[in-house]
Design a protein around this ligand. Structure first.
Ligand SMILES: Nc1ncnc2c1ncn2[C@@H]1O[C@H](COP(=O)(O)OP(=O)(O)OP(=O)(O)O)[C@@H](O)[C@H]1O
Length: 259
């Protein structure tokens, strides 16, 4: 019997009214896999994540998350299956960090019942994991961009979905926080979560991901292990600039540098 894929996309076509389109998108992600998406600005990476999260509906093709079509299940069921850690999270009220992370537990609560002791424990653990517990009583907008990024990730961790979609995992983070967030993602993967993440830093993608997809002009150009994708020829044709690819002396993963 064929095992259910965490993510399965077939023959996907999506077009914005302004003209940009995603075409012939086909890939699948195994449960527990860390799948990275790289590609130039405007190649369609965020649009693809929004489709996977159910925020946008494609005009053609199939999208299945554990066998279910995102826009055909209830919002509550979706919110237990998948979460999108987006670049643009703008709370409309000056919530505290703790209140933001508590929002991640809402899909698990019954109307009027409020937060349980377990919800509280999960919120605290999520804050601890990303080292944001120290900010828990500060309001979201008093934090730096990098600190806010980690809070939004904490909220997603508290939501405890089977799939995490992460747009620009390391944007605004310094080296110690890239390392911290990388370790958090590894722990999530070890606990069985499926992660699909967009990266601008292809070397961080190489170090963290099991497989990578490279996008250009709304199409997937190549999918494979980092060693197959971080190839000088592939990178040159996708980013239209020269690269040199070396091997990380410790992890043996490929690392790409501008020539
Ligand atoms: N809501 C929208 N309406 C119309 N066009 C859009 C919309 N959102 C994005 N686009 C366009 O679709 C294209 C792909 O955008 P998308 O944000 O998916 O690219 P990306 O690969 O994530 O880019 P970046 O690396 O710069 O974040 C771009 O040309 C963008 O201008």
């Amino acid at each position: 019997m064929c095992e259910l894929k965490a993510v399965k996309v077939e023959n996907l076509y999506f077009r914005y009214r302004t003209g940009f389109s995603l075409e012939n998108i086909e890939f699948s992600v195994e449960e527990g896999e860390f799948f990275g998406i790289i590609g130039p600005n405007g190649s369609g990476k965020t649009t693809l994540l929004k489709i996977l999260s159910g925020l946008l509906k494609p005009q053609k093709g199939t999208v299945l998350l554990f066998g279910k079509v995102p826009w055909e299940v209830s919002r509550k069921e979706m919110a237990k299956t998948v979460t999108l850690v987006s670049q643009d999270f703008f709370p409309s009220y000056d919530f505290t960090v703790k209140e933001i992370v508590e929002m991640g537990r809402l899909p698990h609560q019954r109307l009027l019942n409020g937060a349980s002791k377990r919800d509280e424990e999960i919120v605290l653990k999520s804050l601890e994991l990303t080292d944001t517990l120290k900010f828990s009583s500060r309001t979201f907008w008093t934090l730096s961009a990098g600190e806010r990024r980690k809070v939004v990730l904490s909220k997603a961790i508290a939501q405890d979905t089977k799939i995490l979609l992460v747009d620009e995992l390391t944007a605004h983070l310094d080296y110690s926080n890239v390392s911290l967030v990388g370790n958090v993602m590894r722990k999530l993967k070890e606990s069985g979560k499926t992660i699909v993440a967009v990266f601008h830093d292809i070397n961080v993608a190489s170090l963290l991901c099991d497989r990578l997809a490279v996008m250009k002009n709304g199409r997937i150009i190549k999918i494979g292990a980092p060693t197959e994708v971080l190839d000088e020829g592939v990178l040159r044709s996708v980013f239209e600039t020269e690269f040199v690819v070396l091997t990380h002396p410790v992890t043996k993963k490929p690392l790409a540098f501008l020539k």
